[in-house]
Ligand binder design. Structure first.
Ligand SMILES: C[S@@+](CC[C@H](N)C(=O)[O-])C[C@H]1O[C@@H](n2cnc3c(N)ncnc32)[C@H](O)[C@@H]1O
Length: 163
């Protein structure tokens, strides 16, 4: 499969996963955390499908499409290795949904480069919260759940926060 095909499938999987997650968390209180603003595409989708939710976005190099800039107070600027634990200190296990879109595009590299990330995600996820990621997260408190129909195995990952 060409990288173009792979990229298209990744975006299709992202949309399916985000739509599915929005339905899954209906009726559950909690913040939505978007890890990686980038161009702002998935943030824009999240705010469209979850208009009532408080969505906080984490990013080191802020430069999205101007139409997708989060409002003041909802963008946490800095290295997530620092900003995520600081946010957890202030808000505790506050999130109903965490979308991990921090990636180099190479999952094998991400697992090593972002080995510190799953711990911070687990510390922010409320009991039974849903966590989505483009690469597999390894943490004892994150229990893998099957992605929705249409997302092939290994394309995108979903977890529930145990306990
Ligand atoms: C794949 S892009 C996000 C794409 C975005 N969700 C979208 O749909 O347009 C990943 C983003 O994570 C950010 N990032 C990577 N490592 C980071 C870190 N340690 N702290 C904060 N942001 C980081 C990068 O700057 C990049 O913008």
């Amino acid at each position: 499969m060409s990288r173009l095909d792979s990229f298209i499938r990744r975006l299709e999987a992202q949309r399916l996963m985000l739509d599915w997650a929005a339905a899954q968390i209906a009726g559950r209180p909690g913040l939505v955390l978007e890890l990686g603003l980038g161009n702002g595409r998935t943030y824009d989708h999240l705010r469209e499908i979850l208009p009532e939710r408080d969505i906080h976005v984490f990013e080191r190099d802020v430069g999205p499409n101007p139409a997708s800039m989060p409002p003041t107070g909802r963008l946490v600027v800095g290295d997530m290795a620092t900003t995520l634990p600081a946010f957890a200190t202030r808000h505790g296990r506050c999130a109903a949904l965490v979308h991990v879109d921090v990636t180099t595009g190479v999952p094998q590299r991400d697992r090593i480069l972002f080995a510190w990330l799953p711990e911070h995600v687990a510390a922010l996820a409320a009991p039974d919260a849903l966590i989505l990621s483009g690469w597999d997260l390894e943490h004892a408190a994150l229990v893998a759940v099957a992605p929705p129909e249409g997302v092939s195995a290994g394309r995108y990952f979903a977890y529930r926060r145990a306990g």
